[in-house]
Each structure stands twice: as structure tokens, then as C-alpha cells.
Design a protein around this ligand. Structure first.
Ligand SMILES: Cc1cc2nc3c(=O)[nH]c(=O)nc-3n(C[C@H](O)[C@H](O)[C@H](O)COP(=O)(O)OP(=O)(O)OC[C@H]3O[C@@H](n4cnc5c(N)ncnc54)[C@H](O)[C@@H]3O)c2cc1C
Length: 492
């Protein structure tokens, strides 16, 4: 008889695990509490505009390709990945701009326009970033490191012996300051720490791996919208026989004698011995698992990642000065992160990210319009915050900053949707509204991140941004892979 697995959550990590398990002949049933699969990778259509509500950039595309291969298919038959070039236009408070390019010579020249010595140091910096990737990726990204037997393999010994080379003792900012001196160049590279929701002034310099991931391995958009990726994964899952229930919330993971015994979905008890939980692992211990109080309090002490405030704006007119990806930096980046992570309040002067996909997909907006996805880094939910008051305030701040850069949206926003940290908590059950899971603001986090196999309940596995190896599309897909593989190993 086919072995049964219940997957709780139809985010990217849940879909990744479900596809792999179904391909290996498990009978997989997936329960998603919302109406749409994809979790934080969502999509909204309104008044002729199409908006991605979550990710706007795909990195490490080979991770996605491998998922299709594991399912016996070719990614190219389902999805067209469009390289993003220039990668991003950066607007600085002093009125200067910089277009970031994958072309090292172009990027060198762009940095040199701010500071000739910093331009000259770009190649050395990218070599350092690549070295961190080459040294760490196999162990920290592709291995479930909490499984000691897997960590302590001979092929991992060189990595473990070369830990100082991966710069764990400096901060991201400190690591960058060895190469760059110009404030704007530093700010540009500091920003990469936010790709996994962390603070560049606290997170270890090992996160300086991310520029190599983007500049060296490429950054992509999915033609037709990022959400086409979810459509494709759903199709894979259905083809392989995954039974999918949307609008179905799981309220309990049942256990007996330390083993999974079933789940409760919409009040109905379903018996099963294997569960992959794609619900945020911290929320799962708070709401779905009654036992294991020590683990619960341990997990609640881990610092969540950044949250975000998103404005989805249907805008009238065209703004030739903007690219598909744009950043409007704050004046005081350190102060911005201090307000977000230490004071846990919306920053006075936020850095603003604007993505416009109808630059590539004309159908995403009416002919005389643009679909703006505007993202501001925000603190995770904490006491004393007032999001009802913060939203109009932040909206004004954004519009003013855009005006300062010569972009006047007065009377031009024809439709609007707003997603606050409360939305990410209430809709997707993300721990305290975090959007990448657990932050990497401390050196030991790579090891303290929740494991993909439960230490408390046999038969329970975790996949998602809040557990190993972390947040962002490629990493959560890998997380689903690790959860599925560990589950299958136990059955062998
Ligand atoms: C605004 C924003 C911008 C981002 N930008 C990028 C980017 O450009 N590039 C990038 O790589 N990453 C980006 N990310 C991060 C990326 O979206 C996430 O890391 C990733 O999508 C998380 O996937 P996941 O499967 O871990 O979790 P989720 O997407 O949260 O999926 C978990 C799913 O489980 C469901 N669920 C939870 N509890 C239950 C329950 N009890 N019963 C049933 N279902 C349940 C939820 O509804 C959800 O669908 C961004 C995220 C946001 C929000």
C-alpha cells in the first residue's frame, strides 16, 4: 500500500516537498488554508492591473530546474525565465543614480563614477563573495546541517576547517568596509542582507555571499508574472497525483507516544503517520502542536526576519526614469535598521523598492498605465505598533520622497491595495508577520535555525523560510527538498 503524507501549507516549500514525495510514489494530500496556492508568492488582479504580491526576483534558478528534473520534466517547457539587466536602478538622496549591472566592467565603471578606488575594488569584492559561496554553499545551503551524520561527512571537512575564511566574525557592513569606502557603494551592497530579512549592521559577513548569488549566478523574472512559477508547481503536483485542498486550515498535529498520529483539518481528524509542515515552524509550535513547551519557548526566542509594508498601485502614465527594479535609498541606512530592529517601529525615512513588471509583460497594466509594487522594510509585529496610523503616514512619506526625485504621483494612483505585517501574520500565519522566517542577525543562526526533521515528534518534518536553510525562493525550495528526503530516508 502507498505510504501517506499530509503536507500542511501550499507555499513554495510545501509544493516542493509534495512534488518530490509524490514522484516517489507517496500518496500526498496537501492542505492550504487560503484560497490560493503559493503562500507569500501571491497574485492579485484589479482594474486591469496584475500584481505579484511577494517575490519579484528569482535567484539560483538551477534550484528550480532541479525540482522539475526530479519530477521528470523540464523547467523550460513550463516557465520562461527572463534575465534582469540592468538589475536595478538605485536613487540616492543626493540626487545621483546608479544602474547595477551583471556586466562587471559596466558595474565597475558605475561604482567608479562615485569613487574610482571603490570601482577598482569591485573584482576583489566579487571574488571574496564567490569564495564564501564556494566554501559554504554545499554545507550551509544544500545539506540539512542539523543532521550531524550528514554534516560530518569527509567532503564537508574542508568547509568546516575553513570557517574563518567565510568571514563569520565581522558584520556584513564590516566585511564590505574592507573593500569599499564610499557611503553610497556601501549602502548598495549592505542592502543584500535584506534578501533574507536581516540587518547588515548585525548579520555576519558570511551573508556577503548574496552579491555573488545575484551578480555571479544571475537574477531572473518569470515571464507572465512571478506567480506563473506557482501555477507551474501546482501543475506538476497535480500531474503527479497530489490531492490539493485549498481553504482548508489544519488546526492540530496529533501525536501518540512521540509519533505523528494525524492532523485535524477543518474539524475533521485525518489519521496519518507522516506530516510535512510548511506552516511557519514557530507558529506551528505555538498553534498546532500542544506538546513540546520547551521547544516552543526556544523557538519564540529566535529573532524573526524583517516584515514589510507593500503598496500595490495601479498608476496612470509612464515613468521613463524607472526600470523594472528600482531602489530609493534612505539618508541614514544604519538609523533605518536601528528603528526597524531595535526600536521595532516603522522607519522615519524608509528605503523604497519599486518593481514594475509591465516593463516586461505589457499586459500587466492598461496601455496608459504601470503596475507598481512598492515594498518598504518594516519591523516584525511587536507591542506598541499602530499599523492603522502607520499606513497613511508611510504612504505620504513614499509620495514625498518620490516627488523629491521628480516623480509626482498626485492624482495618478487609480487603484490601490495595501499589505501590512498584520496581513502576513493573519493570512499566511507567518510568525509575527515576518516575511523571510528567522533573521540571520546573529553569527550562530545558521546552526540554530529550526531543523527540517522534528526533534520532538517522530514522523514530523518542516519545510519553509523559518527553518533550514532560510527564506527566499531558492532556499525554501531546498527546504522542501530536505524535508522530503529526510522523510523518505526514514522509510528506507
Ligand atoms: C513582499 C515580499 C517580497 C519578497 N521578495 C522576494 C524576492 O524578491 N525573492 C525571493 O527569493 N524571495 C522573496 N520573498 C520571500 C519569499 O516569498 C518567501 O521566502 C517564500 O515565498 C516563503 O515560502 P514558504 O513556503 O516558506 O512559506 P509561505 O509562503 O508562507 O507558505 C506557507 C503556506 O502555509 C499555509 N499555512 C500556514 N498555516 C497553515 C495551516 N495551519 N493550515 C493550512 N495551511 C497553512 C499558508 O497559508 C501559506 O500558504 C518575498 C516575500 C514577501 C512577502
Amino acid at each position: 500500500m502507498r505510504k501517506q503524507v499530509a503536507v500542511i501549507g501550499g507555499g513554495l516549500a510545501g509544493l516542493s516537498a509534495a512534488i518530490r514525495l509524490a514522484k516517489q510514489d507517496y500518496k500526498v494530500t496537501l492542505y492550504e488554508q487560503t484560497a490560493q496556492l503559493g503562500g507569500k508568492m501571491g497574485e492579485i488582479r484589479q482594474d486591469g492591473f496584475r500584481f505579484d504580491t511577494g517575490p519579484s526576483l528569482l535567484t539560483m534558478p538551477f534550484v528550480l530546474d532541479e525540482l522539475f528534473t526530479a519530477a521528470g520534466l523540464q523547467r523550460g517547457d513550463f516557465l520562461d525565465l527572463v534575465p534582469v539587466e540592468p538589475m536595478c536602478r538605485y536613487f540616492f538622496p543626493d540626487g545621483t543614480r546608479l544602474d547595477a549591472s551583471h556586466d562587471v566592467e559596466k558595474m565597475r565603471a558605475a561604482l567608479a563614477s562615485f569613487s574610482p578606488p571603490d570601482g577598482e575594488r569591485l573584482r576583489d569584492f566579487l571574488a571574496y563573495s564567490r569564495k564564501i559561496y564556494d566554501t559554504t554553499a554545499e554545507v550551509f545551503l544544500f545539506t540539512p546541517i542539523q543532521e550531524w551524520r550528514k554534516l560530518l561527512r569527509w567532503r564537508h571537512v574542508p568547509t568546516l576547517l575553513s570557517l574563518p575564511a567565510i568571514d563569520p566574525f565581522r558584520t556584513v557592513h564590516g566585511g564590505l568596509a574592507r573593500f569599499f569606502k564610499n557611503k553610497k557603494v556601501l549602502q548598495l551592497f549592505d542592502r543584500y542582507a535584506t534578501y533574507n530579512g536581516s540587518n547588515p549592521y548585525q548579520a555576519p559577513a558570511t551573508l556577503n555571499i548574496i552579491p555573488h548569488v545575484e551578480y555571479g549566478l544571475g537574477a531572473y523574472y518569470v515571464r507572465g508574472g512571478m506567480y506563473r512559477l506557482v501555477n507551474a508547481l501546482e501543475e506538476l503536483a497535480r500531474r503527479l497525483g497530489v490531492e490539493i485542498h485549498t481553504n482548508t486550515r489544519v488546526s492540530r498535529i496529533l501525536q501518540q507516544n512521540g509519533r505523528v498520529a494525524g492532523i485535524v483539518a477543518q474539524g475533521e481528524t485525518i489519521t496519518c503517520e507522516r506530516v510535512v509542515c510548511n506552516a511557519d515552524v514557530v507558529t506551528a509550535f505555538n498553534e498546532l502542536i500542544e506538546e513540546a513547551p520547551r521547544r516552543r519557548s526556544q523557538l519564540n526566542r529566535l529573532e524573526p526576519s524583517l516584515s514589510g509594508l507593500v503598496f500595490l498601485w495601479g498608476v496612470q502614465g509612464h515613468h521613463a526614469e524607472l526600470l523594472q527594479h528600482n531602489i530609493f535609498f534612505s539618508r541614514d541606512y544604519r538609523g533605518e535598521f536601528e528603528q526597524i530592529f531595535q526600536q521595532r517601529r516603522p522607519p522615519d525615512d524608509p528605503t523604497i523598492y519599486v518593481a514594475i513588471t509591465n516593463r516586461v509583460d505589457a499586459a500587466d497594466a492598461p496601455p496608459d498605465g504601470e503596475n507598481w509594487f512598492v515594498l518598504l522594510n518594516m519591523p516584525y509585529l511587536a507591542e506598541g505598533q499602530d499599523w492603522e496610523a502607520a499606513v497613511p503616514q508611510m504612504r505620504e512619506t513614499v509620495l514625498k520622497k518620490l516627488r523629491d526625485h521628480g516623480i509626482d504621483l498626485s492624482g495618478r494612483i487609480t487603484c490601490e491595495r495595501v499589505l501590512t505585517p498584520i496581513h502576513f501574520y493573519e493570512k499566511y500565519s507567518s510568525n509575527r508577520g515576518s516575511i523571510y522566517g528567522i533573521s540571520s542577525n546573529s553569527r550562530s543562526m545558521a546552526f540554530r535555525r529550526p531543523a527540517n526533521r522534528s526533534r520532538d515528534v517522530r514522523g514530523l518534518y518542516f519545510a519553509g523560510g523559518a527553518c533550514h536553510p532560510g527564506g527566499g525562493i531558492p532556499l525554501v525550495l531546498l527546504s522542501g527538498k530536505m524535508a522530503a528526503e529526510l522523510l523518505m530516508e526514514k522509510d528506507r
